[in-house]
Design a protein around this ligand. Structure first.
Ligand code: TNX
Length: 517
């Protein structure tokens, strides 16, 4: 607004400030480029129509999703109709005409007082644009009931696309089990900040959470408790599919994890033949790690391999995404030679069912081929196996525990969480660069980042939200936005999201690093 220098204009500005539209540059993750145009704000009304590209059912679905976001607070109908050419009114979602630089996940938004024009090359791009539009509307848009507000979107242009392809969030449903509705809300939170992968940690020592028909007891018995001894639970195949479809409608790919050969007490308790002595251990409700292992002696390794094959076959059949995660971390009760032999047997099983394997970075000991995606959870950037694998051309997921672990405490007084990887305040989660974190790995070999939420101490939705807000938005910006974005700018933008979360009834940690309004 450099031309707004006359006194008259300044006065006009301050009068309008009360209901000023939110600046296009206030979005999280910060868009690649923004140009504001004064006098071109668009206002939603009773008559605003959402026009969707007629050439793809996806545009129509994103249009319905957008209308669904806008209806409760405005009370307006937001009819969704096929666009005829380039509409000159309403909100149009088009799959043509986007600048090539938006790629497969980006978008352009052009706002004038007549219309909002969204262009992308894919449904994913349109969906990302919808999340941006949502943040450009007043806080009241987050209300589940009708509110009185001036529903303005600032005039101008946004061009936006992500820096990293893989932007993930993980939820551990093994240590504590969470109902489908809670998982869906977690997915909604990921979607809000443009994450595109949801890793669901489905099995650990304390519980097995997915129905497997070849071994029904895994779920019915192995899933029957959790940390602290509560009732636990599991997802039927239909419920898992419901989660997968819910995520897919938000352009989020589900990555299911069955952790092995350690972190397997729930499986060992349910299937005696996986144990060296063929004796099922009791179910486990504590929080130790590293005590359980599938048996890889000569009498058991084929039984174990068959078990993994059955589980991966059933899981792959339920999972449309390209990845299956088979854990591999902290196998402290597995001999090194057995660990390597085990991993060498499971890599081809994942490939056989048409999937790519994700594993915690310990799997590098078994030198997987470059179709595998190791997930680095260490707390220092230097790792010999990582460097060697990088030389072989592998790509990595970065989940540095001292940056991305959403179960770490914010400060010494945080009532939930752990601190083995350090305290992670909002600024710690923000002030780093996942693309340049690992020593000896060029940014071209960083697929992206993932933020895991382990749930040893987390028992309910409000706990989940307290741990992920505001660190998830900080990490999301690190994955999506140009690396040049600064903490001082981010923290002022983040402050405006506090009232948004309140309105959406999202619990969050009111960090003293942020000047909340
Ligand atoms: C380490 S990091 C684990 C998990 C725990 C977590 C708690 C990793 C791959 N494994 O089993 O839940 O720490 O912070």
């Amino acid at each position: 607004d450099t031309d707004m220098n006359s006194e008259a204009n300044e006065e006009k500005d301050s009068v309008e400030a009360l209901a000023a539209a939110i600046g296009l540059d206030k979005v999280i993750p910060s868009p690649v480029s923004v140009q504001s145009k004064s006098g071109q704000d668009y206002t939603l009304t009773q008559n605003t129509v959402v026009y969707a590209d007629p050439n793809s059912p996806e545009a129509g679905r994103v249009g319905e999703y957008l209308a669904g976001l806008l209806r409760p607070a405005t009370g307006y109908p937001f009819t969704v109709r096929p666009a005829n050419g380039t509409p000159n009114s309403g909100i149009a979602l088009l799959l043509s005409g986007a600048n090539n630089s938006v790629g497969a996940s980006g978008y352009e938004i052009d706002v004038t007082s007549a219309r909002v024009l969204v262009r992308a090359k894919t449904g994913a791009g349109l969906f990302a644009a919808v999340q941006t539009l949502r943040q450009l509307l007043p806080v009241a848009i987050e209300s589940s009931t009708v509110e009185n507000a001036s529903w303005k979107i600032a005039g101008g242009h946004i061009l936006d696309y992500p820096r990293l392809d893989y932007r993930g969030g993980m939820l551990d449903v093994a240590r504590h089990f969470f109902p489908v509705a809670t998982v869906k809300r977690y997915i909604d939170h990921l979607a809000r900040y443009k994450l595109n992968y949801f890793h669901i940690h489905l099995a650990d020592d304390q519980g097995w959470r997915i129905q497997i028909d070849s071994y029904p007891r895994l779920a019915t018995y192995g899933g029957s408790t959790q940390v602290g001894g509560g009732p636990g639970g599991y997802y039927t195949k239909a419920e898992y599919t419901d989660i997968v479809n819910y995520a897919a409608a938000r352009y989020i790919t589900v990555v299911p994890e069955i952790d092995m050969p350690g972190h397997t007490n729930a499986a060992l308790a349910s299937v005696p033949a996986l144990n060296c002595n063929n004796q099922a251990p009791p179910l486990y409700t504590g929080t130790d790690v590293g005590f359980s292992s599938f048996c890889m002696d000569a009498a058991h390794r084929d039984i174990v391999t068959k078990f993994v094959d059955d589980v991966v076959r059933e899981l792959a059949a339920l999972t449309p995404g390209p990845y299956i995660h088979l854990g591999g971390d902290e196998a402290q009760s597995t001999q090194e030679a057995d660990y390597i032999a085990f991993e060498k047997r499971v890599f081809p099983i994942v490939a056989k069912y048409g999937k790519r394997m994700v594993g915690w970075h310990e799997i590098l000991k078994a030198t997987p081929d470059t179709t595998a995606l190791p997930q680095y959870w260490g707390t220092t950037p230097d790792d010999a196996n990582v460097k060697a694998a990088a030389q072989r051309g592998m790509k990595f997921l970065v989940s540095a525990a001292n940056k991305t672990y959403l179960d770490m405490k914010y400060n010494p007084n945080t009532p939930l969480g752990q601190d083995w990887a350090g305290l992670i305040e909002v600024r710690d989660a923000y002030d780093w660069n996942p693309g340049a974190y690992l020593t000896g790995v060029p940014s071209s070999q960083i697929a992206g980042f993932e933020a895991p939420l382990w749930t040893e101490t987390i028992t309910k939705l409000s706990d989940i939200e307290y741990m992920i807000f505001p660190r998830l938005p900080a990490l999301a910006e690190r994955g999506w936005s140009p690396a040049s974005r600064t903490w001082s700018d981010f923290r002022t933008r983040l402050a405006t999201h506090g009232p948004r979360w309140k309105k959406a009834k999202i619990t969050y940690y009111p960090s003293s690093q942020i000047a909340w309004p």
